[in-house]
Design a binder for this molecule. Structure first.
Ligand code: GAR
Length: 216
């Protein structure tokens, strides 16, 4: 049976769109059952509706700092839709350790850096400041620390001397759109397992299954 995925967004939703498109493949082992936005006016909301995906708005603002109360409202939606896997796609809200524990091994995030380097805000600016020659994006299981957890897939791009945060982020975004559907495929197929802080891929895998380097 195809695994039921909820995509959580707060913004433009380009990774959400990549997941929706990836899930259209006849052999994709998961279906996008719902998109949940914590902002009614997020650009991704209209895109999800246009793609024919059910959308739920769970506004976080009314809950203020009461994260647990927001998560309770979110959990109701996830339960109603019998969700197996949660994909954070530009979802800009932190979870309580309790919520993270509840979804342990069943919640993924994407972050535009080669974690554990440059978690948190402005990862592109952080990468440029550090002068790294490669950067990229990471899909990982969510743990209580921000932008941390067992790594499923990474995608790599070269950093150019004249890159700005904008040019670097555009190049990385193209990689994000490739690795997120690939990661969901691996997880939904149950070809990965969490082993402590690591995510281990079962069986023989081609190197490009877990690392994508388009040579850009
Ligand atoms: C993406 O670049 C994603 O990696 C990043 O937010 C952007 C959302 O764009 N996430 C984080 O920085 C998480 N810490 P999108 O809405 O177009 O997918």
């Amino acid at each position: 049976m195809r695994r039921r995925v909820a995509i959580l967004i707060s913004g433009r939703g380009s990774n959400m769109t990549a997941l929706i498109e990836g899930a259209r493949a006849y052999d994709f082992p998961a279906e996008i059952s719902v998109v949940v936005s914590n902002k009614a006016n997020a650009a991704g909301v209209a895109k999800a509706r246009a793609a024919g995906i059910p959308v739920e708005i769970v506004e976080s603002r009314p809950f203020g700092k009461d994260r647990a109360a927001f998560e309770k409202a979110l959990q109701i939606v996830l339960d109603q839709r019998s969700i197996d896997l949660v994909c954070l796609a530009g979802f800009m809200r932190l979870f309580t350790p309790e919520f993270v524990q509840r979804w342990h091994g069943r919640m993924l995030n994407i972050h535009p850096s080669l974690l554990p380097s440059f978690p948190g805000l402005d990862p592109h600016g952080q990468a440029l400041k550090a002068g790294v020659k490669v950067s990229g994006a990471t899909v990982h299981f969510v743990t209580p620390d921000t932008d941390a957890g067992p790594i499923v897939i990474q995608g790599v791009v070269a950093v150019k001397d004249d890159d700005t945060a904008e040019t670097l982020s555009a190049r990385i975004l193209a990689v994000e759109h490739r690795i997120y559907p690939a990661a969901v495929r691996l997880v939904a197929d149950m070809r990965v397992r969490i082993d402590g802080d690591r995510c281990v891929t079962e069986g023989a895998v081609a190197p490009d299954t877990i690392m994508i380097a388009p040579g850009a």
